[in-house]
Design a protein around this ligand. Structure first.
Ligand SMILES: *Cc1c(COP(=O)(O)O)cnc(C)c1O
Length: 416
């Protein structure tokens, strides 16, 4: 038994199609400017436009900024989204500066009083209230505002039950089980009585927010949306409050084993259209992150060394999971393509893979620094380039950049 990554045991991951501009840039950059994140903003715009077109009327699209908050990404997305979801005062200030004047929804657990005050001052469009404590804090802070200030619009985030099927297929579940997210459904009636009983005159409850799971396909996402809406309708009817909005969250899946696959936005949009048709007063909102930006980002690097270890080929590349933590975090192989480079500028021999499959590892001194196992790259050599796909979401910004003090990657925004 061994706990080292093995090439032979690896599941097959389809090789990504590398966009022309990304391939050119990955090959043109000198070694010293690798690794680099290369974003194809043309790809991002086309994708965002297709998502927007798949969504019916009365369904708003907010982008969850935490997936990738690069200002160039936010700017490219801005024409296609109704607003942005932020989950800290840091994100709030950053997004407000990158895309000024756009509606913001402020969510996330553990909001501090200072953050809440900053969000009130910034005039965020929606507060996603995560707990009774937050509701009381928001009530008090909103009451301190000048009398002429508009009411504060609130969605109550609930941790609602998820179906067995959704729990099983999701990559990550924030709801449907004990978690720190949202209000417990058992608190719903008390919270509604508090809100409607006159104790929070400056708050206006608009509806419900539920971001319950990520990694769901369109069918499962739609089933979750339907059950969240049905539950919310019943709650608001019981308290004779008009349910104006339900935010059904993000979590649309990205298939890291098949980089050409896409969430079925058209099917999801058609299902949401049936839902809004059944509830004529209701506005729906979705707030995807990963499925918006994953496809436009690439991590391009160079093979530094190729060696054989206990019968398997390893390629060590410049950089690693301290830049692209996604495969280590999610436990997958990041889809990648090798781009051969003909020349070898050094007087010493150029190492090359002997077998058909190579495990691609980074420069960190830990066996966890593996980007992809079992990559079909026969003859891969030092000096060849490797580009990793689906690196546009939860990639650079979730990585532990300072571990081992290697240089930071470059950043390139193509088609800007
Ligand atoms: C992270 C998050 C999202 C986005 O999730 P994705 O899986 O990236 O689509 C949306 N809403 C909330 C509340 C989140 O925490």
């Amino acid at each position: 038994m061994t706990n080292s990554p093995t090439a032979t045991a690896a599941p097959a991951v389809a090789a990504p199609a590398v966009s022309g501009p990304v391939r050119e840039r990955a090959l043109a950059l000198p070694s010293g400017e690798l690794p680099a994140y290369v974003y194809d903003l043309g790809v991002l715009r086309a994708h965002a436009e297709s998502v927007r077109e798949a969504l019916p009327e009365r369904v708003e699209l907010y982008y969850a900024a935490k997936a990738n908050p690069e200002p160039e990404i936010l700017t490219a997305l801005a024409p296609y989204v109704d607003g942005f979801e932020v989950s800290s005062a840091g994100e709030l200030a950053h997004v407000a500066q990158a895309v000024p004047g756009r509606p913001l929804a402020f969510g996330g657990p553990g909001k501090t009083a200072a953050e809440t005050a900053a969000a009130l001052a910034a005039g965020v469009a929606r507060f996603h209230v995560e707990s009774v404590h937050e509701l009381r804090m928001l009530t008090a802070l909103s009451a301190e505002r000048p009398a002429q200030a508009p009411p504060v619009d609130v969605l109550l985030r609930f941790n609602l039950p998820l179906s067995e099927g959704a729990l099983r297929t999701s990559a990550l579940s924030m709801g449907g089980r004990p978690t720190p997210f949202g209000l417990d459904p058992s608190e719903a009636d008390d919270v509604m009585r508090y809100l409607t009983g006159g104790s929070c005159p400056r708050l206006r409850v608009r509806g419900v927010h539920a971001h319950l799971a990520s990694g769901l396909g369109a069918g499962a996402s739609l089933a979750v949306a339907e059950s969240v809406v049905a539950w919310s309708v019943r709650l608001f009817e019981r308290h004779r409050v008009l349910l104006r909005e339900v935010n059904v969250g993000g979590g649309m899946t990205v298939d890291y084993a098949d980089p050409a696959a896409r969430f079925d936005w058209a099917g999801y949009g058609a299902g949401l259209a049936r839902l809004t048709a059944a509830h004529p007063d209701l506005r729906l909102r979705i707030e995807p992150g990963r499925a918006m930006t994953a496809y436009c980002g690439w991590y391009a690097t160079e093979v530094l060394d190729v060696k054989r270890s206990h019968g398997e080929d390893f390629a060590v590349v410049r950089g690693g999971t301290h830049h692209l933590r996604t495969p280590a975090t999610k436990g997958h192989d990041q889809p990648c393509a090798a781009l051969p480079v003909a020349g070898w500028p050094h007087p010493w021999p150029r190492p090359a893979a002997r077998g058909d499959r190579v495990t691609v590892a980074g420069q960190l001194c830990t066996p966890k620094d593996v980007l992809a196992r079992g990559v079909p790259a026969p003859g891969l050599r030092a000096g060849d380039r490797v580009v990793f796909a689906l690196a546009g979401a939860y990639a650079w910004n979730i990585s532990h950049h300072d571990f081992l003090m290697h240089p930071r990657p470059g950043f390139h925004f193509l088609g800007g």
